[in-house]
Design a protein around this ligand. Structure first.
Ligand code: NAD
Length: 346
């Protein structure tokens, strides 16, 4: 029998798209995992595998509020902060809460990490580069962000959270890792949450017109969720000197039109395309330079877009009713994230 103590890991935002995959991965690696989530976008259903594990604990709480004593009394080795809705219509519906989630939420988690000597990994975002003037984006690019626009609550919240982490690191109060995540997709994206891959798949499967914003020539780089989660785990495990922010994403760049064509083909859909104006501050190009992640972590994404889309479409197909409901009310519109996630999923 092994006497080695299992790693104690806290995942804030562990019921969401990326967080739930991370819970599954870390439990499979043998860790004891605690998840804290307010279920703004998280779904109990995503934790089906995790909740069968005695090494898993779920705490419902908001990281903007002081953390429950049940948590602050515990000792963790690692804390992952994924808490923050990533879908634009959802984070823009409650901008004040979005900003506070990144800033105050990260402060609360950082204090917990400091008190128990845990390493803290912040999931930052490619949005810190804004509408970038440098292409592809490297970590030493400072970004081109509008601090008063509708995306600022998310972008600036993440930038401030990064600042806090790097300041606490400079003061030697905390060991930190910061991942700048680029568009990630896969099973457990919600049909109605307004992200491009899930929206295009849902509309194609429902036979509804596919919404394209602008001329569709803007580019994105899409990373499959398993690859991304592997990158997060590697970054957390990295024991060298604090490496600064690290881009995690897939450098293979596609226009939105290309994505739509791939999804239409894969779903056999003959959906027409409807065009809408480009939202304010929407970035025109996005592509990560991942040479730093390659050199430090030996990481690069392994899943081609075609294969990742096939797996994602399969998952959406198994939920056709939910997909149809999500698309039905107004084609191309998105909901505001106030659905009763827990009761719907329980
Ligand atoms: P998601 O919306 O699916 O998950 C976010 C989770 O955080 C949800 O479970 C939500 O309920 C929870 N949450 C939100 N506010 C909270 C609060 N105040 N207190 C407690 N829990 C809260 O998003 P995701 O795609 O899984 O993203 C996870 C993290 O990765 C986010 O921080 C996001 O900014 C970052 N990120 C994601 C992407 C991507 O493409 N998925 C890209 C860049 C950055």
């Amino acid at each position: 029998m092994s006497l080695r103590r299992q790693k104690q890991i806290l995942i804030a935002g562990g019921a969401g798209f990326l967080g739930s995959h991370l819970c599954d991965r870390l439990l499979s690696d043998g860790a004891e995992v605690t998840c804290i989530d307010n279920f703004l976008t998280g779904q109990l259903e995503y934790l089906t595998f995790a909740r069968r594990e005695p090494r898993f604990e779920l705490i419902e709480a908001d990281v903007v509020s002081p953390l429950p004593t049940k948590l602050t009394r515990r000792r963790f080795d690692q804390i992952y902060n994924l808490a923050c809705a990533a879908s634009p219509p959802i984070y823009q519906a409650q901008p004040e809460h979005t900003l506070l989630t990144s800033v105050i939420g990260t402060l609360h988690l950082a204090r917990l990490a400091e008190s128990c000597g845990a390493r803290l990994l912040l999931t930052s975002t490619s949005e810190v580069y804004g509408d970038p003037e440098m292409h592809p984006q490297r970590e030493d690019y400072w970004g081109h962000v509008n601090c008063t626009g509708p995306r600022a609550c998310y972008d600036e919240g993440k930038r401030a959270a990064e600042t806090l982490c790097f300041d606490l690191d400079r003061l030697s109060r905390l060991e930190i890792r910061v991942a700048r995540i680029f568009n990630t997709y896969g099973p457990r994206l919600r049909a109605e949450d307004g992200r491009v891959v899930s929206t295009v798949i849902a509309q194609s499967l429902a036979g509804a017109p596919i919404t394209i914003f602008g001329d569709g020539r803007q580019t994105r780089s899409f990373c499959y969720v398993d690859d991304l989660v592997d990158g997060l785990a590697r970054l957390m495990a990295y024991d060298g000197r604090q490496p600064g922010p690290v881009n995690l994403g897939n450098p293979s760049e596609h226009t939105i039109l290309e994505l739509v064509e791939m999804v239409r083909k894969a779903t056999g859909s003959s959906s027409a395309v409807v065009r809408r104006p480009l939202p304010e501050d929407d970035p025109k190009r996005r592509r990560p330079d991942i040479s730093k992640a390659g050199a430090l972590l030996g990481w690069r994404p392994a899943t081609a877009l075609g294969e990742g889309l096939r797996r994602t479409i399969e998952w959406f197909e198994s939920r056709r009713l939910l997909v149809a409901r999500a698309v039905a009310p107004d084609v191309g519109s998105t909901t505001r994230g106030d659905s009763p996630n827990r009761s719907a999923a329980a």
